[in-house]
Design a protein around this ligand. Structure first.
Ligand code: UFG
Length: 343
């Protein structure tokens, strides 16, 4: 039995699969596959390796895109998954503004392909990677689930479309789902073998690791004139293994009979870009040269999770998400894999 909060029984022993993990070779997907494997739950991964890494998974793999409805249907026939976890999506705000077509195709149309394949196969349990970007510019901080969902970029809009599709499929066809709205995923596995490896890299923490490794000369700070105490943006960083743990908990709630569930996954603590840089200096013992540049389009000044829905509904606590822990785990992975998984 896992740690419970009052009224929340999360019994990992009763979890059952197989679980089909879409995007299971990616950053958050691979850590969740690892967590499922640890519990002995059968897993199959479907991934097209557009951003994922075959080295990151050690379970049966189907190499395909969600555009390929035939392979998707065949995968449901062959593996008869009881549940699906859907990580396979595009996730860059800036790219979504420049080229929204990709986001509507991959995050909406492909997600609809999945919902149809699940309906045809009679598979009714779905855990979906949503995002704090569905809230847009928050009306209040910290951001609780009651905050209106009014996304301000195509990325957030496409993720919200999927939340709405799932609600309608739940109503009409009995789908049971959890929408997990991540704040800033960060960190790496305890074993040091799984971590963040995107190409090109755009996220603050892996970029700082690249500076510490001498692969970049400096970190650009995107704006020092925000209405925050030190003028730089504040984010809520959550350890990728805590995110993985929340997925198991959400699955167990669905399998215990919960129909739908939507909650934030964040720590409730925010750190500014400057605070993250300082912490990386301490951990890596590298001076990390910095350069102030202009704001990056679409960056809200502050995104911090509020409320206690994840604790109340999932019994979830972000146990590994102290900033120093996140950064030291990330540093261990990057030191061991200076060229990412290709090394
Ligand atoms: N930043 C810099 N310099 C860099 C990179 C980032 O100053 O070189 C800043 C950003 O402006 C931001 C903070 O560091 O203030 C964190 O940026 P990331 O790119 O690491 O993460 P984001 O907050 O932009 O993105 C995350 C998720 C998205 C999600 C978004 C919600 O990665 O999937 O939060 O706004 F949509």
């Amino acid at each position: 039995m896992a740690t419970d909060s009052p009224g929340t029984e999360v019994d990992f022993a009763n979890l059952s699969g197989p679980v089909l993990v879409l995007g299971g070779a990616g950053y958050i997907g691979s850590h969740t596959v690892r967590a499922l494997e640890r519990l002995g739950i059968p897993v199959v991964v479907l991934d097209n390796f557009s951003t994922g890494h075959p080295e990151a998974v050690n379970v049966p793999l189907v190499e395909a895109s969600l555009a390929d409805r035939e392979t998707l249907a065949r995968t449901f026939d062959e593996w008869e998954p009881r549940a699906v976890m859907h990580f396979a999506a595009r996730c860059y705000v800036g790219e979504s503004v420049e080229d929204p077509s990709i986001y509507y195709r991959e995050n909406v149309i492909h997600a609809w392909n999945l919902l149809e394949a699940m309906r045809e196969a009679g598979c009714q349990e779905l855990i979906f990677s949503s995002t704090c970007a569905t809230y847009g510019n928050p009306v209040a901080l910290p951001i609780t689930e009651e905050n209106p969902q009014v996304p301000v970029n195509p990325y957030g809009r496409t993720k919200l479309h999927m939340e709405h599709m799932m609600e309608d499929y739940a109503q009409a066809y009995g789908l049971r789902f959890a929408a997990l709205r991540y704040f800033n995923a960060a960190g790496a596995s305890q074993e040091g073998d799984l971590g963040e490896d995107h190409s090109p890299e755009t996220h603050l923490i892996p970029l700082l690791m690249q500076v510490a490794l001498g692969q970049r000369d400096e970190i650009a700070i995107f704006g020092g004139d925000y209405p925050t105490p030190d003028g730089t943006c504040i984010r809520d960083y959550v350890h990728v293994e805590d995110l993985a743990d929340a997925h198991l908990r959400a699955l167990s709630r669905l399998q215990a009979g919960v129909h739908t569930l939507a909650c934030n996954l964040g720590t409730g603590l925010g750190y500014s870009v400057r605070e993250v840089i300082e912490a990386v200096r301490r951990i890596t013992r590298h001076p990390i040269p910095e350069r102030m540049t202009g704001r990056r389009a679409g960056d809200p000044p502050e995104l911090v999770s509020g409320g206690s829905r994840a604790l109340e509904h999932l019994g979830w606590r972000p146990a590994r998400s102290a900033l120093e822990k996140i950064l030291s785990d990330a540093w261990r992975f990057h030191e061991a894999h200076p060229k990412g998984y290709s090394r």
